[in-house]
Design a protein around this ligand. Structure first.
Ligand SMILES: O=C(O)CCC(=O)C(=O)O
Ligand SMILES: [Fe+2]
Length: 193
């Protein structure tokens, strides 16, 4: 499914993995990753993030955002084949993953762009969703009334193209609906790594 976002085209691929493979990968991610609820600083105040996360990357590839520095968990061998398939689908060679765990509808991620300097000027981001379906929203950075909402179902891959992050923000809002836990893997390429 393609979505138009200003000058950019978003691609959402449903049923990216085989159903059984997606189920097993979700179980593995839930049980085998060292999930942490880190703390971030917003406007000078420290808060626990409303989700758990795990930064997966090569040795020494730290990642800084919102006042936190994430030290990497090494790549699990069983995740590598997925990184290769997702790199192929997105036309980019990803070398790192930010994994997010939304335990229930009160877990969320606020408005941001994936525009950290480590990612270079025009990063391509590929985001694999597993588990409970959640709503995902975009808004234009210059005109916040321009928005787009889409649902990210279990076993879907969203590809955000080069150039999108400098013009659009995204968020994963909280929901009052009962939702199953959701794991999201955002594949990234750290430059100069
Ligand atoms: O959970 C999601 O779908 C989005 C995660 C995200 O935006 C990020 O990790 O930068
Ligand atoms: Fe993001």
């Amino acid at each position: 499914m393609h979505y138009r976002l200003g000058d950019h085209e978003l691609l959402l691929i449903d049923d990216f993995l085989d159903a059984e493979e997606a189920r097993q990968l979700l179980e593995r991610l839930l049980h085998a990753l060292p999930w942490r609820q880190d703390r971030i600083t917003i406007f000078g105040r420290e808060h626990p993030i409303p989700r758990e996360q795990c930064w997966i990357a090569g040795d020494g590839m730290t990642y800084r955002y919102s006042g936190q520095t994430l030290t990497p968990t090494p790549w699990p061998h069983w995740l590598r084949p997925y990184a290769e398939r997702i790199s192929e689908a997105a036309g980019e060679t990803f070398n790192s993953v930010l994994a997010n765990l939304y335990r229930d509808g009160s877990d969320s991620m606020g408005w941001h762009s994936d525009d950290e300097p480590e990612l270079g000027p025009e990063p391509i981001i590929a985001s694999l969703s597993l588990g409970g379906e959640r709503r995902f929203r975009f808004r234009n950075r210059r005109d916040s009334k321009r928005t787009l909402s889409l649902d990210l179902p279990h076993n879907s891959l969203l590809i955000m193209p080069a150039g999108l992050q400098s013009q659009w923000q995204h968020q994963l809002p909280k929901t009052r609906k009962a939702v199953a836990p959701r794991v999201n893997l955002t594949f990234r390429r750290l430059v100069d790594a």
